[in-house]
Design a binder for this molecule. Sequence first.
Ligand SMILES: Cc1cc2nc3c(=O)[nH]c(=O)nc-3n(C[C@H](O)[C@H](O)[C@H](O)COP(=O)(O)O)c2cc1C
Length: 187
Amino acid sequence: MTHLTRLEYIKIIIIKVFKKVELLLFMKTLIVYFTMGGRTKKTAEAIASALTTHEVSFFPMKLTGKFIEKIKMLDKFENKDFSAIESELNTLDAVGYDLIIFGMPTYGSRPPLAFDEILARMGNLSGKKAVVFNTARFTGGKALDYMKTKVEEAGTQVIDQRKFRKLFWIGVKNAIKFGKQINERKE
Ligand SMILES: Cc1cc2nc3c(=O)[nH]c(=O)nc-3n(C[C@H](O)[C@H](O)[C@H](O)COP(=O)(O)O)c2cc1C
């Protein structure tokens, strides 16, 4: 085992203390998203990449498998059957987070029913800050307004919102820009 000089030892302690302080100062952020085709996941991850002053955790709700399996699962969710992901949903806990970012695709001008289920599971979110975003191919309709209203009804203060609408290829440029905007907020 190599012996550390006193200076090296002090350096290590200082770095450790800085890391602890940094973690305490970082905003604790939870990104909850739903995705079937990967566009909302891509957007959520791009936003997260710009949150350099946040300690980010994810709660992803991903439909996996072949297209037909995804559609079947979506159908179950739209019929309020969440039994397949019950154990994941039970781990959903907003305690300890300052900011919760909700990201949803648009299905028939509204978010998937999974959004309402997630919110119901989270219970009272008073005192939390929230950001809502959605992805869409056409208009997205009033889906984002719906998300904002529901999240506010759960007790949060919505500090930002954004619709990412692209008919074909959804890039990450606008999502990173949006993430930077959230990151630079002082309050
Ligand atoms: C069943 C279904 C319904 C959709 N309805 C709408 C809609 O009403 N308006 C819209 O702009 N896009 C609509 N879309 C497109 C999706 O909202 C869009 O592709 C979204 O980015 C998908 O996100 P994901 O890849 O994360 O699942 C719909 C897609 C599906 C599969």
